[in-house]
Design a binder for this molecule. Structure first.
Ligand code: SDX
Length: 427
């Protein structure tokens, strides 16, 4: 691989360094482009632009590879648990038994949310979407934890990580409890992280809540599969907001808002709503495939396509297998799973989808499992956020520890040239 790239503008040649990543990804370092040439690059949606170097996640869209800190997602989903993977993603190594035990216990120190936070959640109407409430509550945590984290101090950073992991989970479930009119639950420090998610969501004061290990396992795996995904829209948002040295809670709150969009994490809710619409409309998958291909129809096949994966999303393969297993174990026969499989089968043979490399992504099957586990549809993206939290924390921490500059992209101005002011009577 040559060490430099040559750019020619107006007959002048400019050389820029070429850097190669540890998995042989090649990048042209254009840090000095504008100073040397006066020109900038233009890349809407940053489809060809790298924003940073990172050691956290590697994914190969052509090969369908996803690894956290070098470990294959297939191994982690099969052999690890969510807190173990969270520790790996955030601190860089798989924890020892003692480290994992300490991590879990240190998170437990911060699972109590300030009672005054209830005044904030009470201000929302029951109809508020959980993602909007979660973003607001996460930002509000700053009010109760105003001390700015010194990222150079490992102990302070570790405490901020534990605090975020503990409180975010509780607040995420409070969004459901609020819209359901249920009393807000507290974390039970004698139980596990994923078990607590289920308790916090579904335990009522009127009687004991039985935790189903099948559901715990399925959720644990789903959270692992969502833990990080390099520089996706919401993670790039967390990095961008954090690059101004805004706090961790404020940065994650912004990430929650970015994830909410139906083109990103909101797709898992949109997939279920699409499948239910197809079912209501007679279950004709072909009709909806035709709509997705019709350029005059705004309908998109939600859960299909990906900015990076152009063969298959390895997470979708694991989730599809888990969907079959979980529904069979729970004895759930959900007709929309069959509609989903029909859609996938037809799309994979259809020229429109094949030529555009459109395959099921992580959101296509996850909603079917969530529904079988009794999770309400408008909470699906909240579960995505719970899974993605360690990734957001890890990426924010890496960006700050690496002292990355404040994010401030350029633009190509296409508006008016200078105009003289027009007094009111001449407009
Ligand atoms: C996530 O980036 C990440 O890593 C995200 C994520 C993560 O873990 O963080 O993986 C999670 O967000 C998964 C994606 C969830 N979103 C959806 O399922 C929504 C439906 N998918 C699309 O809207 C779309 O595929 C995107 C947004 C996911 C990707 O869009 P791109 O890369 O910008 O591609 P594009 O919109 O330019 O589409 C290219 C072509 C277009 O057709 P042409 O103009 O070439 O004729 O493919 C078509 C698009 O119209 N197309 C679709 C389609 N997705 C793309 N046509 C029908 N249905 C679709 N779903």
């Amino acid at each position: 691989m040559s060490k430099t790239a040559i750019l020619e503008i107006d007959g002048n040649k400019y050389e820029f360094p070429v850097i190669v990543g540890s998995e042989n990804e090649v990048a042209i370092d254009i840090e000095k482009l504008r100073a040397a040439t006066g020109a900038i690059t233009l890349d809407p949606g940053y489809k060809n632009s790298g924003s940073c170097k990172s050691d956290i996640t590697f994914l190969d869209g052509e090969q369908g590879i996803l690894r956290y800190r070098g470990y294959a997602i297939e191994d982690l989903a099969e052999k690890a648990n969510f807190l173990e993977v969270s520790y790996l993603v955030i601190f860089g190594e798989l924890p020892t038994v003692a480290q994992l035990e300490k991590f879990e216990n240190d998170i437990r120190k911060y699972t109590l949310v300030n009672e005054e936070m209830k005044n904030i959640i009470d201000g929302f109407p029951k109809t508020a979407h959980p993602m909007g409430v979660l973003s607001s509550l996460t930002s509000a945590l700053t009010a109760f934890n105003p001390k700015v984290v010194n990222v150079e101090n490992e102990e302070e950073m570790y405490t901020a990580v534990c605090k975020t992991m503990g409180k975010f989970l509780v607040l995420a479930t409070w969004t459901f409890r609020k819209t359901s009119g249920f009393p807000l639950n507290y974390y039970d420090n004698t139980k596990g992280y994923v078990e607590n998610f289920l308790r916090l969501m579904f335990e009522l004061p009127t009687g004991p809540y039985t935790i189903n290990p099948v559901i715990v396992d399925a959720l644990d795996k789903l959270f692992i599969l969502h833990a990080d995904h390099e520089q996706n829209c919401s993670t790039s948002t967390v990095r961008m907001v954090g690059s101004s040295h805004a706090g961790l809670f404020a940065s994650i709150s912004a990430g929650v808002s970015a994830l909410w969009g139906p083109l990103h994490g909101g797709a898992n809710q949109a997939v279920l709503e699409m499948l239910e619409e197809i079912q209501k409309d007679g279950g004709d998958a072909e009709k909806y495939l035709a709509k997705a291909k019709d350029k005059n129809d705004p309908f998109r096949l939600m859960g299909f396509g990906h900015r990076v994966y152009k063969n298959f999303d390895p997470r979708a393969k694991i989730i599809k297998k888990a969907a079959d297993e979980v529904l069979a174990t729970l004895g759930v026969n959900d007709p929309i799973l069959n509609i989903a499989k029909q859609l996938e089968e037809s799309a994979l043979q259809d020229e429109y989808f094949k030529s555009r490399n459109l395959y099921p992504n992580v959101d296509f099957y996850s909603g079917i499992i969530y529904r079988a586990l009794g999770i309400p549809t408008d909470m699906f993206t909240v579960l995505f956020a719970i899974g993605r939290l360690p990734g957001w924390i890890a990426q924010w921490k890496e960006m700050r520890v690496n002292k990355e500059p404040i994010g401030r992209p350029r633009q190509v101005y296409t508006g008016y040239a200078l105009r003289s002011f027009k007094p009111m009577n001449e407009r």
